[in-house]
Structure formats: C-alpha cells, structure tokens
Design a protein around this ligand. Structure first.
Ligand code: AMP
Ligand code: ZN
Length: 113
C-alpha cells in the first residue's frame, strides 16, 4: 500500500526499533510510548483495521496474536499487559494499517477509555 506509514516501516523505508519479526508480522517500539513497554504489532499484509479483518488470512490473524503473546514474554511483562487495537475515528485510530498496541511495565488505569 503506497503512502501507508506502517507499510513503509515494514519495508524498511522509514526507520523503526524492531522488536520482533516473522513472515507474517512486524513489531516495533511506538515512537510516542504511553507506558514503559509500548510495542506495535502489525501484519505485513495491509488492511486498515479490525473492521477489515476478513481481508486477512486466518494465518495472518493468528500470527498477530501469537506475536503479542511471544513479545509480552520477550519483554518480561509477567505482571500483565494491555492489548489495544484502535478501530476508526471514534477510537482515535491515527494510522490506518491494522495494529495491536502492547502496553505494559506499569499498572494500567482501571479505566479502559
Ligand atoms: P493509533 O492511534 O492506534 O492508530 O496508533 C498509532 C500509533 O503509531 C501511535 O501510538 C503513534 O505514536 C505510533 N507511531 C506513529 N508514527 C510512528 C513511527 N514512525 N514509529 C513508531 N510508531 C509510530
Ligand atoms: Zn499499510
């Protein structure tokens, strides 16, 4: 997808701090971290958000969540963590390429929104 920020990051055209990568997913540190650990997990196939999940293969969908779990272990988030995927304007999604935020390393707010 041309002009997609995360597609450019996946291709290495824009630098990023890689945390994990396999054939299906790429994960990197959020540039504006909201917690001590703030990682973004993105499928290498471009879809806009969870709303377009039907356009992804089951393998890609599973790979995203498997990567979340693996990265949480890799980052030693044994106390727990939050997984968020903002979807559309009401959720303030700012980059229209599906991604899962992993937030951890501190106690999260008991308010989710
Ligand atoms: P969202 O608002 O859910 O679409 O999340 C987009 C996230 O991408 C935000 O948390 C941004 O801080 C993050 N972000 C934007 N540009 C970059 C970048 N070049 N490298 C890493 N993270 C980025
Ligand atoms: Zn993209």
């Amino acid at each position: 997808m041309e002009n997609c920020l995360f597609c450019k990051i996946i291709k290495g055209e824009i630098p990023s701090a890689r945390v994990y990568e396999n054939d299906q997913v790429y994960a990197f540190k959020d540039i504006n971290p909201q917690a001590p650990v703030h990682v973004l997990v993105v499928p290498k196939t471009h879809v806009a958000s969870v709303s377009e999940i039907d356009l992804l293969s089951d393998e890609d969908v599973a790979a995203c969540l498997r990567a979340v779990s693996l990265i949480a272990r890799q980052e030693s988030l044994s106390g727990g963590y939050r997984v968020i995927s903002n979807c559309g304007p009401d959720a303030c999604q700012s980059v229209p390429h599906l991604h899962f935020h992993i937030l951890g390393g501190r106690r999260m707010s008991d308010q989710m929104a």
